[in-house]
Design a protein around this ligand. Structure first.
Ligand code: MN
Length: 231
């Protein structure tokens, strides 16, 4: 087979303790999935989960022990951090019941759903898609994947983000409105999940702006940390 130009290389994320990497298919993201974050965005109450996607080449893949570099994006004056637990899907399926969801999970990682908040807010106001606010180049930093057997009790883990050493976000994965298993149930009713899919599960409260030169350090207890420098 010949191509007119070089096809896109396979995007992949390192796996802790493994030479083999996790090849990425799609990136799904859950909106407003912690109550206190929903409130700071102006919403209350439990709504059905909703989803958006980022292109897989928007990942900033950070190797173990390294600091990733995210260029400050164009068109925004209000680049926000959203620290998130990321689920890595190891086997796909459709209509996966929450009770069976864990069988489809390969592992977990720490990720940042970086957001051009001013553009997202403008699109919300106009009832238009969020793509320009969410799915831009370099918008999805991610650290190494920890296989599920080594990840500990992720469902009750502390999740936090420091910017230049100061706390910005601190909560618990236990406060997810739709937990990981319920999210997989809802997502797999709408799309057929595939091995290689990543799910950004949503961010707790405390989202705020970062500027060029800021160092972001995210943690989910039991997983590796994620360091990202905004350039
Ligand atoms: Mn998010």
């Amino acid at each position: 087979m010949s191509f007119l130009f070089s096809p896109m290389p396979t995007v992949s994320v390192p796996v802790l303790g493994q030479a083999s990497r996790f090849p990425v298919h799609r990136i799904y993201c859950v909106g407003r999935n912690y109550e206190e974050h929903a409130k700071e965005m102006g919403f209350t109450g439990r709504e059905p989960p909703f989803f958006f996607l980022k292109p897989n080449d928007s990942l900033v893949v950070v190797e173990e022990g390294q600091t990733g570099h995210m260029p400050y994006p164009s068109l925004t004056q209000n680049l926000h951090h959203e620290i998130e637990l990321v689920v890595a899907i190891g086997s796909g399926g459709r209509n996966i019941a929450a009770a069976h969801a864990h069988q489809h999970i390969y592992g977990y990682a720490v990720g940042l759903d970086m957001t051009r908040r001013d553009l997202q807010n403008e699109m919300k106001k106009q009832g238009r898609p969020w793509c320009i606010g969410k799915a831009f180049d370099h918008s999805a930093p991610i650290g190494p994947i920890t296989p599920i057997a080594q990840a500990g009790d992720v469902h009750n883990a502390e999740i936090s983000l420091q910017v230049n050493g100061a706390d910005r976000q601190r909560s618990s994965v236990a406060k997810l409105i739709w937990n990981v298993a319920e999210t997989i149930e809802h997502l797999s009713a709408a799309w057929e999940l595939q091995a290689g899919d990543l799910i950004y599960t949503g961010t707790p409260e405390g989202v705020a702006a970062v500027v060029s030169g800021d160092l972001l350090e995210g943690h989910v207890a039991g997983l590796g940390s994620l360091k990202t420098l905004i350039k």
